[in-house]
Ligand binder design. Structure first.
Ligand SMILES: Cc1cc2nc3c(=O)[nH]c(=O)nc-3n(C[C@H](O)[C@H](O)[C@H](O)COP(=O)(O)OP(=O)(O)OC[C@H]3O[C@@H](n4cnc5c(N)ncnc54)[C@H](O)[C@@H]3O)c2cc1C
Length: 412
């Protein structure tokens, strides 16, 4: 069986890893060369703590407020676009307590499965700086503090270990610099990696395992017969396929359309900046909750990032929003000597964001050999290993390790 995976981001490569391990022939097609994109410059968290899907009650009101400020962490480029309107409608419908309550356990299962599988990858790949000390949620306001403590209680119900800290206790974890916060919650099951190294080492591993790669050209058409996709067109080349997995990140709706199906997804652009050779650095990664900024230290290196811009695949960098990430960092760590970055050169990537904040993992009824894997929004790295394992089980037509009903690509 030749299994074709369209997209060589972290989801496509993780799928290739588990499917190849299960004994199938695998071909990964990517229109670039697997050296750049959303899976490379992200923050690198593998965070079971993110079990609440993005579409939560109150988020629309908060989003409206943020829209009023040019330096806030959220922005929608106003435009008349049918896909965006449909996506927005479903987002609004999903942002309620009962949908969140229904979806959170499924997301928790996928996150915890993925977290436990990181041990496979750690053993099997060259070092990608897996740091297993946890991730802090830091807050400045009392309201956020109350909310974070409630979340920590929910996390404990899901089996996660948390440590609730006051200001001094947070400071005790950070010997090298002052932390200006009211308190924080440390999620001990969370960990972080260098995402660029994870991608490079996974890619190298797949080549050594005999996975084939067709790079530098995108998929432009499909050949179909008798309810099956029989071949994929890539430039002049036609590649025969027994199974097709669509895993091309925020561009999934385009491939879905070529196949006469529909996937609701918006690119959620985010920025990051990296700093090296820092004399003083953070000891723990942290989410600066009130400002929606994330930090990821590795030795003397530090990456910070944030913002969610729904502006399509726009390549414009908005300096005020990038600058706001740096300014937020300075509010929480006022003493840390972080050079002022050239905000116009910030890295950016497009998170694949579904309307309910749940990924798409599963077969599609339109063709007997079509599956989708993507839409993990800010959790692509966190959920990659589990997604890969589930796909390998689907390819073997075995029961899956966890229920995948909530991830159905046909749910909208
Ligand atoms: C600032 C920022 C911080 C983040 N931090 C984290 C984090 O800490 N933890 C976490 O879990 N997630 C994080 N994320 C989210 C994470 O990066 C994404 O969820 C993840 O990278 C998505 O992976 P993917 O494989 O689905 O898509 P991508 O990485 O976008 O890969 C899709 C691939 O498909 C290819 N492609 C597209 N169209 C075609 C076509 N027609 N034919 C062939 N190939 C095609 C593209 O070239 C690309 O290589 C962050 C994102 C951002 C922007």
């Amino acid at each position: 069986m030749n299994i074709i995976i369209i997209g060589g981001g972290i989801i496509g490569l993780s799928a290739a890893y588990y499917i190849r391990k299960a004994g199938f022939e695998v071909t990964v097609i990517d229109r670039h060369d697997i050296t750049e994109g959303c899976s490379f410059g992200n923050i690198g968290y593998i965070s079971p703590s993110h079990f609440i899907p993005l579409a939560t009650p109150g988020i629309i009101r908060q989003g409206m407020k943020w829209m009023m400020s040019s330096s806030s962490p959220f922005y929608i480029k106003p435009r008349l676009n049918v896909d965006l309107l449909r996506w927005g409608l479903h987002f609004k419908r999903s942002a309620n307590a009962s949908t969140v309550e229904k979806n959170a356990p499924h997301l928790n299962n996928l996150l915890q499965l993925s977290r436990s599988l990181m041990n496979d990858l750690k053993e099997d790949l060259d070092d990608f700086n897996l740091i297993e000390k946890g991730i802090f949620m830091l807050y400045k306001s009392a309201v956020t503090g109350r909310h974070e403590k409630e979340l920590a209680q929910q996390a404990e119900v899901f089996g996660l270990k948390t440590v609730i800290c006051n200001r001094q206790q947070v400071q005790d974890y950070e010997p090298e610099t002052e932390v200006d916060v009211a308190g924080g919650v440390l999620y001990l099951d969370d960990c972080h990696v260098h995402p660029g190294k994870l991608m490079a080492n996974l890619y190298a591993k797949l080549k050594s395992m005999g996975v084939s790669f067709v790079l530098g050209r995108g998929v432009s058409a499909f050949e179909k017969r008798g309810g099956r996709i029989t071949a994929v067109q890539v430039g002049e080349q036609k590649i025969a396929a027994d199974e097709i997995i669509v895993a091309n990140g925020s561009w999934m709706p385009q491939i879905a359309r070529l196949l006469g199906t529909q996937i609701l997804l918006q690119p959620g652009k985010g920025y990051s900046m990296a700093f090296d050779n820092l004399k003083h650095n953070l000891n723990y990664p942290s989410i600066l909750v009130d400002d929606r900024v994330a930090t990821a230290p590795i030795d003397r290196w530090l990456r910070i990032g944030g913002t969610m811009e729904l502006s399509g695949h726009s390549q414009t960098v908005l300096p005020k929003r990038v600058g706001a990430i740096y300014q937020a960092f300075k509010k929480y760590y006022p003493q840390l000597d972080l050079p002022l970055p050239d905000v116009t050169k910030a890295w950016y990537g497009y998170r694949p964001v579904s309307p309910d904040g749940m990924p798409y993992i599963g077969r599609h009824s339109r063709y007997r050999n079509l599956s989708f894997a993507g839409g993990h929004a800010m959790m692509g790295v966190s959920c990659a290993a589990g997604t890969g394992l589930l796909l390998s089980e689907m390819m073997r037509r075995q029961p899956t390790s966890i229920s995948i009903e909530a991830f159905s690509p046909e749910r909208f």
